[in-house]
Design a protein around this ligand. Structure first.
Ligand code: NAP
Ligand code: 8YV
Length: 326
């Protein structure tokens, strides 16, 4: 689909089509929509030569080969706060600005994380199935071994969303400590520079770091085992942050108690072994997935492009591609 107007900057909308993005960009830009990687590879070279901005849905990658198709590319406006699907080093080296959608989803994702934690500990999905299947008439649901009471949570990541989760845990009277590479500014929770040491000191991990190379399998077998048999692991970050086979092995052997996962190593494919385990709660990457929050994210994708092509600084550039001279 194409809206041609030679006087307006040409923008590629890459990924799942969204009404808010299409209508938001339509007035100011000549937009070209491409849904899949295969469609991208078939793009008309004359159009590719004119593309100056890309709006990218987080489910498709803005990798080196993708960006290299567009010699005039100035900005990649990416949907999602995480941008592990964007080659930010290539963008930086080629003077391309990358923007993401922080802040507007922080509270929503923190709500999901706390919901997933409680659902995992108190077996809420299994209790719901118990009622629906008529089993309640035959006797009460068994008392849960898990409880939020008496737990201590180790946050892996204490950024925007990590701090919003920690605030919810404060309100729930749950002590919080955290691991990150550097102590977080203005945060008074105890910082553990060493993740294994923190895992030994807590019984619950909530993972909320970026994905990508620096966190790949950060939560490995040693960290998981350090949590101990009462251990509960919640991952709302990226599947790549956890060694998934090591987690499955620990859950199967009950070396930890349970896991609540919103993200997986190879989405949307969730290993059968993980799906078969009774001590897991599994969500289909819905941390930010309400209509209101997804609309706010889409709007920020649009607003970054509008700001840039109006000659202003983009609203939310990633730190790897800082903007100079605007
Ligand atoms: P943020 O404000 O940038 O916070 C990131 C945190 O992770 C910081 O505390 C950072 O501290 C820490 N971190 C980064 N690299 C690390 C490493 N190698 N080892 C240990 N800690 C590390 O980001 P945010 O807005 O909170 O978002 C965090 C992530 O949540 C996103 O990048 C995304 O992957 C995920 N997310 C998931 C969903 C979902 O739907 N499930 C939704 C939104 C976001 P240091 O830099 O000091 O290490
Ligand atoms: C999005 C996310 O759902 O913002 C993020 O980093 O993981 C989610 O909010 C994801 O980007 C889907 O495309």
């Amino acid at each position: 689909m194409m809206t041609k107007n030679p006087e307006k900057p040409d923008i590629l909308v890459y990924g799942q089509p969204k009404a808010l993005v299409t209508s938001g960009l339509g007035g100011a830009f000549a937009t070209h929509a491409v849904e899949t990687r295969a469609d991208l590879d078939r793009i008309n070279p004359a159009i590719a030569a004119r593309i100056r901005g890309v709006a990218v849905n987080g489910l498709v990658s803005a990798d080196k080969a993708m960006m290299a198709l567009f010699p005039k590319l100035e900005i990649v406006s990416s949907f999602g706060v995480g941008y592990d699907h964007v080659d930010s080093a290539y963008a930086r080296d080629h003077g391309i600005i990358v923007t993401n959608t922080p802040d507007v989803l922080t509270e929503e994702v923190a709500d999901t994380a706390l919901g997933l934690l409680i659902a995992t500990l108190r077996e809420l999905p299994a209790a719901d199935r118990f009622v629906r299947s008529g089993q309640w008439a035959k006797g009460n649901y068994p008392l849960t071994a898990g409880s939020l009471r008496g737990r201590i949570v180790g946050m892996v990541g204490m950024g925007r969303i990590g701090q919003a989760i920690a605030r919810r845990l404060d309100a729930s009277l749950v002590p919080v400590v955290y691991h990150s590479r550097h102590p977080a500014a203005g945060v008074s929770y105890k910082h553990f520079p060493n993740l294994v040491e923190m895992a030994r000191a807590v019984d619950t991990l909530i993972i909320i770091t970026p994905g990508g190379a620096s966190t790949n399998k950060l939560v490995n077998a040693e960290v998981i085992d350090a949590l101990g048999p009462a251990g509960v692991l919640i991952n709302v970050a990226r599947g790549s942050v956890v060694d998934e086979p090591a987690l499955i092995a620990a859950l199967k052997a009950r070396r930890i108690m349970a896991a609540g996962l919103d993200v997986f190593a190879n989405e949307p494919n969730v290993p059968e072994e993980l799906r078969a385990l009774p001590n897991t709660v599994l969500l289909p990457h819905v941390g930010s997935a309400s209509v209101a929050t997804r609309n706010a994210m889409d709007q920020l994708v649009v607003d970054n492009l509008l700001a840039w092509f109006a000659g202003k600084p983009p609203l939310t550039p990633i730190p790897e591609t800082p903007v100079k001279g605007r």
